[in-house]
Every structure is written in C-alpha cells, then in structure tokens.
Design a protein around this ligand. Structure first.
Ligand SMILES: C[S@@+](CC[C@H](N)C(=O)[O-])C[C@H]1O[C@@H](n2cnc3c(N)ncnc32)[C@H](O)[C@@H]1O
Length: 367
C-alpha cells in the first residue's frame, strides 16, 4: 500500500455557520483553523480577519486548499466553480479539458509541493476535485447503492417538497427498511475505519454506529429543509441543489470579498504545537479546531488545549466538535483558564445542517 498523502476530505462536512456564530471573528483578528477540505478556513476569511492560518497534518489536504486559493487568485467566479468541478444536481460538469486548462492557468500560484501533488493527480482534476476525497468517494458509493435500492425519482422527491412540513411527512411515510439495511452494511466501525482511518474511532464508545447515524439522518430530514441544505444535497444527490445553497465561500455574492482577502490566508503544515513554535505565545484570537480531539485521549487533549491557551490572546474564542466520540473533559488547570458557553453551543448545534455530529463546544479565555 502507498504511503503517499491522499485527500481524505475534499470538502469540509462541518457547518460553517457554527464557526461564524461561535468565533465572532472581527477585523484585526488572527484566526487558526483546521484545514480539512479548506472550505471553513475560506469561510472564516469572509469575516475580514487580519489573518487566517489554516493548518493540517496531511499535506494532501493543504494541496487541496492551495488549489482553491490559486483558483480564487487567478479566476473569475464562474471559472473558479468550474476549476473545482463544483457539481450541480442534474447538470453535467463541463468537459474535463476545461478543468485541465484552468489548472494550467492557476498552477503558477501554487507552491512547489502542491504543483507536484496536482501534476501527479491530474485524473482527479479531470474528474473534478470537488468530490475527490476518500470520504466523498464513500458517499458516492453510498449514493450509488441507495439509487439502486430505490429509484432516483423517489429520492429526488426529498428535495421537491414545497416546505419542511411536507418534507417531514414524505420522509415519515418513506419506506426506510432498505435504507436502514444499507446503513447497517456501510455505517459501521469496520467500513468507516477503512474510509477515515481506524484512529478516528479509538475513543468512540457507541456500539451501534448505524443506529446512531439513523437517528441523525432522521433528525436532518425532519429539521432542515433539504433544498437549502447543501450537505444533504451533496451526500444524497452528489451535487448542489441550487446556486443559492452552497458553502458561503462558493457563493457569487461573496467572491469579491474572498478575492480581496485571499492574501490574508496562510497555509501551514503542522499541529497546534508547531504553530506555537512558529508564531509564539499570544498570537491568535480565534480557533476553529474542527473535530481533531475525536481520537485523542484525555492527556493528549488537555495537552493540545494548553497549547491553544498559550497561543491565545486576551478574549480568545475557540470551538470544536465531536462526530461520534464522547467529549473529552478539561482537566482542573484548563477548566480554570477557560469559560464554557454551553447555551450558545447548544443553540448553534441545534442549527447544525451537517447533522452527523454528536456535540459542539464553545469556550473563551477567562479574563
Ligand atoms: C479533524 S479531521 C475531520 C474532518 C471534518 N470533520 C470534515 O468534515 O471535514 C480534519 C482534518 O484535521 C486534520 N488533523 C487531525 N488532527 C490534527 C492535528 N492535531 N493538527 C492538525 N491537523 C489535524 C486531518 O488531517 C484532517 O484533514
């Protein structure tokens, strides 16, 4: 098996509204953000901070964000969407040659490692990099089987209901037996470990992941109106349902701000601890920590939190999530230095359109 880095997430499957509503980024802020597919680091750039440092341990994830950054620098909005292979339900992608030509145009903005990565992965550009990660490939398989178990029209009806009440009724009446069966086959520890790596489940205690995800799917289908929920559209249809329902960094109206602020994005290979070595204490105001604590034990979690605290300026705010694991507990020293905001966290979590998460956490530095 090859140890060469590969893209696990070409998209961030985390609702950027939760980061926006919890971090409250303001002009002058220095933001540290976990990269994954890069989407949420770009969304934070829309809040006009002084700087966003986007970090990841996996160079392929950084190459992904470098591609998006280069396309933002070089292209207009339409070509930006085209270069990524942004999928829209019911519309074929433009020809592969168009994406390759756009890659040639943006390539000069990429650092050497990202040029090497994308030169070596041209077939991904030909297919469209938007859904090129392992997680997205897993969703594609899931979608293919679901379309085989049901007919495409009845699945599309989840997006054709006039309002949420009708969608809820349609979902309640939908024959879900085969869907549940598919979940038990694919949404289990063995298969998901192959997709995301076994480390992702080291701290997960729930013995029945498919039941857990069944509950979350039920909630999404009965709480959020699908035509507005791009997470469900990408998972079930493989494309956006409309040009309005996309991650904020993809929206036409936000593109001028993104272009204006793209020079404030720094892409960095390393951990929170590496940031502390590079930028020194008290260098960040806001932290989007994704769900990096998912697979850490109590000690490692508290060690990373100490690094976050060392990096924090007065008033610093931070958020993180868990997909399936139970939250790690802050030790006594970290508890003294952080103030939890459970009401805000709960309010935002109730609006989480990405729906697969177990919990959301918001803190600020104690004064
Ligand atoms: C935490 S994972 C989860 C992905 C996310 N839930 C999503 O939907 O996109 C996101 C990224 O964090 C990176 N990562 C994990 N632990 C990290 C750490 N300690 N420091 C920096 N990056 C980390 C992984 O390489 C991965 O690309």
């Amino acid at each position: 098996m090859s140890n060469r880095p590969s893209v696990v997430y070409s998209n961030v499957w985390e609702d950027p509204e939760l980061n926006r509503g919890s971090l409250l980024v303001k002009p002058g802020d220095h933001v540290l953000s976990i990269t994954s597919g890069g989407c949420n680091s770009l969304c934070l750039l829309l809040e006009n901070p002084e700087r966003v440092v986007s970090i990841d341990l996996n160079p392929a994830q950084l190459a992904m964000l470098e591609f998006k950054r280069a396309a933002i620098i070089e292209l207009d909005h339409e070509d930006f969407l085209t270069a990524l292979g942004t999928p829209f339900h019911g519309q074929p992608l433009p020809p592969a040659a168009t994406r390759v030509a756009l890659y040639r145009k943006i390539r000069r903005h990429l650092p050497a490692y990202a040029q090497e990565f994308w030169d070596a992965h041209q077939p991904l550009i030909e297919q469209g990099i938007f859904l090129c990660g392992k997680v997205e490939a897993f969703f594609a398989l899931y979608r293919r089987i679901l379309n085989w178990l049901y007919d495409a029209t009845s699945l599309e009806q989840f997006f054709r209901q006039p309002d949420l009440a009708a969608q809820k009724a349609y979902y309640k009446a939908f024959r879900k037996k085969r869907w549940r069966f598919l979940n038990s086959l694919l949404l289990n520890r063995f298969v998901l470990s192959l997709v995301k790596g076994a480390h992702s489940f080291a701290q997960v205690e729930d013995p029945d992941l498919s039941q857990n995800l069944n509950r979350k799917i039920d909630r999404a289908m009965t709480t959020f109106y699908n035509p507005d929920n791009y997470f469900v559209a990408l998972m079930l249809l493989g494309g956006h349902f409309s040009r309005r329902a996309m991650s904020p960094y993809l929206l036409a109206e936000n593109f001028p701000i993104l272009k204006q602020n793209i020079g404030r994005l720094e892409i960095f290979l390393g951990t929170v601890g590496d940031c502390l070595k590079k930028w020194g204490p008290r260098s960040f105001d806001k932290f989007n920590l994704s769900n990096i604590f998912e697979w850490m034990d109590h000690e490692v979690f508290n060690g990373v939190i100490r690094e976050v605290l060392a990096l924090s300026r007065p008033g610093a705010r931070m958020c993180w999530r868990y997909t399936l694991a139970r939250p790690r507990q802050l030790d006594a020293e970290n508890t003294r230095r952080l103030v939890a905001e459970p009401d805000l966290a709960a309010r935002l979590f109730a609006q989480d359109r990405s729906f697969i998460y177990e919990s959301f956490h918001v803190y600020h530095l104690a004064s």
